[in-house]
Design a protein around this ligand. Structure first.
Ligand code: NAG
Ligand code: NAG
Ligand code: NAG
Ligand code: NAG
Ligand code: NAG
Ligand code: NAG
Ligand code: NAG
Ligand code: NAG
Ligand code: NAG
Ligand code: CU
Length: 675
């Protein structure tokens, strides 16, 4: 074993190298004994966080994630925030400076940053130390090509990790960019179980490397909308009673002011240090969990946007940016202003806006040499001041129809044209959605307290559904236990056509099956009837071209959008449409995606708002046939239902897998008699 001080020295040294952007490293990383780097003191740089060179050998990057219930301002915080230094003690999670239960990894929020180079092997042992809850970790933005079992979606790719148990994620960082990891279980992401996942490429492979001098760990900005209580409690109160679903604070890298009316004793806010005369690559991650898109701007500075969700586009310089839950944006900040302090302003939209909680937040851009503790001069920005009138990218509920802001399909990808942009896709699917006034039996029971029986409108739960279907997960992972799937298990719009899903609640295992390597066009239609809403959609396993996005400015139906398409009235950028993996749809409008279904497996497609995906605003894509999918890893954990030897309860889709398993068991039992 290496002596601790040697390791410490090595770490400091590495930290310096990263800071100084040394092109060559003296330490031959790949020769380090893996076991020596398995555990890392939390505040030190992991050896895999390094400048990525063409010559470097890939590294094995190990992490140990301990998932726990924990508390902000715990005893580890001593007198924080009254004594500011105490806030930086180990295991002190500050949040917005109020006490709250959290669910975190390694007693950090955000959790540990994973920073690697393309080609590195990532090994994460996730240890579930929760009392009674399961967990999984999803590597958002990473495609898991060849390793679909590592995607971290409970009941789609793996069984939930049981309390007291460890699951090892093992995959190779293939696609570069600003990604993030987060729990894919319940409300855990919103309670703090998330962190940055940055896969860097060598400068020679980065078309934007000439635009900036530094690309540093400390310039990652993660956003999370924050409620006064744990997500589960807010969820239950909202879905079963009159509890509201509005966040009260925005956190920037886990920090924020709770009460803007009295900031004199507030907890620390996020600060980003730059040196005058240099250009910096910033990486923004919106880890939001409720319906709170965030507008961001930096006083006296523009942002040159260069990349989103790990895909580069022609730079565009804007004054502000709106990001939605699950999206990432990389931009270059030119530190060319007077040495000083500048506000970074964050303003929550939709459920965070001034109709509800006016949720906003600040961070500080601090030039080297300026005060390390002061705020910029002048008043602390309020909600209204946090808006910037200048040019905006990705505005709320705007598409290509206007010209006062830049919408996503107007960005120009730097990746060459590919066949996903061909004139006519091989397969086209419409996915329409809205909030529906139905008796969702999970929350309304007709005739006792049906949707129309309850009198207080806050008790009427509108159900968001895709093509009028709520996703029902199977009791076993579709990918890793696919031998249990029978023909009747999957449903889709046509299999439920005999039911009136517009009136009665339809819930089943919504799977869209696509032939491997076909070009898919997905047209998402937000019908816009219920109210101005916003849903960011995320596709697992693939990126897509965002070829169109338009707000029609009225209520629309899927049939109407189909008619517009037949008349050639849907606008598509089939030249150089940008590539993303998470995208929004304007309310009363559509967004068109194109991709090549070339990664075999079962992939979740869902709204990234936790309250929505949790009640079934999702569907599953099955790309390819079973034999196209990589073999199930040896010893992969299994789960499922058990009914003893009784015939199983009928599955909602008719004759389900249980009957099938039962017949097999029966066959095995009867075999001696038959022979
Ligand atoms: C790494 O270190 C462990 C424990 O000291 C040792 O057993 C192992 O052989 C070493 N592996 C390599 C590749 O040197
Ligand atoms: C990761 O998976 C690869 C491929 O299955 C395997 O060879 C390797 O031993 C695994 N690594 C660890 C640390 O489990
Ligand atoms: C701000 O809060 C502190 C601590 O709670 C309190 O002592 C102070 O009086 C408050 N100031 C105002 C203006 O309310
Ligand atoms: C920053 O912008 C404000 C408003 O546009 C302006 O009044 C101020 O002088 C600028 N600050 C600097 C340091 O240029
Ligand atoms: C685009 O901008 C011009 C002025 O620059 C304006 O006259 C025109 O109406 C705008 N078009 C749309 C669709 O907003
Ligand atoms: C709920 O509404 C239905 C009619 O829509 C009615 O028949 C039923 O009695 C109502 N239930 C209660 C508890 O009022
Ligand atoms: C819908 O389900 C039916 C019956 O299983 C199947 O034949 C059809 O291909 C499915 N459609 C899609 C798009 O998966
Ligand atoms: C989709 O991608 C695969 C793998 O890269 C390729 O072989 C195939 O030709 C592509 N499909 C189309 C229709 O271009
Ligand atoms: C959309 O439909 C809803 C419900 O029918 C209605 O209240 C709303 O005014 C409509 N909006 C527009 C822009 O037509
Ligand atoms: Cu949603």
């Amino acid at each position: 074993m290496m002596e601790a001080w040697v390791l410490q020295f090595l770490l400091l040294n590495l930290g310096m190298k990263v800071l100084c952007q040394s092109p060559l490293l003296d330490v031959p990383f790949a020769e380090l004994n893996e076991t020596d780097i398995e555990y890392f003191p939390l505040n030190n740089q992991h050896p895999c966080s390094r400048i990525c060179g063409h010559e470097d050998r890939p590294m094995v990057c190990r992490y140990h994630f301990i998932v726990e219930w924990y508390q902000t301002l715990s005893k580890a915080c001593f007198s924080c925030p009254d004594v500011l230094e105490d806030c930086y003690k180990p295991d002190c999670i500050i949040g917005d400076g109020t006490m709250r239960t959290v669910l975190v990894i390694n007693r950090k929020m955000p959790g540990p940053t994973i920073e690697v180079c393309v080609g590195d092997n990532i090994i994460v042992d996730v240890e579930n130390r929760l009392m009674a809850e399961t967990t999984t970790i999803h590597w958002h933005g990473h495609h898991q090509r060849g390793t679909p079992y590592m995607d971290g979606v409970p009941y789609v790719t793996q069984c939930p990790i049981q309390p007291g148990s460890i699951f090892r994620y093992n995959f190779t960082a293939v696609n570069g960019g600003t990604h993030f990891w987060h729990s894919h279980t319940g409300m855990q992401r919103g309670d703090g179980a998330f962190g940055a996942f940055i896969v860097r490429t060598p400068a020679a492979a980065d078309p934007h490397s000439q635009l900036y001098d530094y690309d540093l760990t400390q310039h990652t900005i993660s956003l999370l909308d924050w409620a006064v209580d744990i997500g589960l409690k807010v969820f239950i109160a909202h879905h079963h009673s009159i509890g509201d679903n509005k966040p009260t604070t925005l956190l920037v890298n886990g920090l924020g002011i709770h009460d803007f009316s009295n900031v004199s004793t507030s907890a620390p806010t996020a600060r980003f240090v730059v040196e005058k005369g240099y250009k910096y690559r910033f990486r923004l991650i919106n880890a939001g969990f409720l319906n709170c898109p965030v507008e961001m701007s930096i006083d006296n500075h523009t942002m040159t946007m260069i990349s989103s969700d790990g895909n580069d586009f022609q730079p565009v310089t804007v004054d502000s940016l709106v990001s939605y839950a699950g999206e990432r944006f990389d931009f270059v900040l030119n530190a060319n202003m007077e040495k000083g302090l500048y506000w970074i302003r964050f303003r929550g939209l939709m459920d965070c806006d001034d109709r509800f909680t006016s949720t906003h937040q600040v961070a500080v851009l601090q030039y080297e040499g300026a005060s390390k503790t002061d705020f910029p001069d002048g008043p602390i920005p309020n909600y209204q001041d946090s808006h910037n009138d200048g040019l905006q990218l990705n505005s709320l509920n705007k598409g290509t129809e206007g010209n006062d802001s830049i919408s996503v399909p107007q960005l120009h990808s730097l990746l060459d044209w590919d066949s996903s942009l061909k004139e006519t896709a091989d397969e086209q699917y419409y996915v329409g959605y809205d909030f529906y006034e139905i008796d969702n039996p999970h929350f309304h029971k007709f005739p006792e307290y049906g949707f129309n029986n309850v009198t207080d409108s806050r008790n009427k739960l509108l159900t968001p559904q895709l093509n009028h279907i709520s996703l029902k997960l199977t009791p076993f992972p579709m990918l890793s236990q696919r031998d249990l799937i029978d023909d009747n298990l999957f449903c889709n719009e046509s299999t439920v056509a005999d039911k009136d899903c517009k009136k009665e609640f339809c819930q089943c295992s919504h799977v869209i099956q696509v032939k491997l390597n076909s070009i898919v066009e997905l047209i998402l239609v937000d019908k816009g009837f219920a109210f101005d809403a916003n849903h960011p959609f995320h596709l697992h396993g693939h990126s897509f071209r965002v070829v169109g996005m338009e707000r029609l400015g009225r209520n629309v139906t899927v049939d109407e959008v189909k008619r517009l398409d037949a008349q050639g009235l849907l606008k598509r950028n089939l030249g150089d449409a940008p590539i993303k993996d998470t995208v929004t749809v304007p309310d009363g409008g559509y967004t068109i995606l194109r991709f090549n279904a070339s990664n075999p497996g079962y992939w979740l497609f869902h709204c990234h708002i936790e309250f929505h995906v949790e009640i079934g605003m999702a569907l599953i894509f099955r790309f390819g046939d079973d034999e196209d999918m990589p073999p199930v890893p040896h010893g992969f954990p299994k789960c499922g239902e058990y009914y003893g030897l009784e015939p199983s309860a009928p599955s909602p889709n008719g004759c389900g897998h249980k009957t099938y398993s039962f017949l097999i068991i029966l066959g095995i039992l009867l075999r001696p008699l038959l022979l």
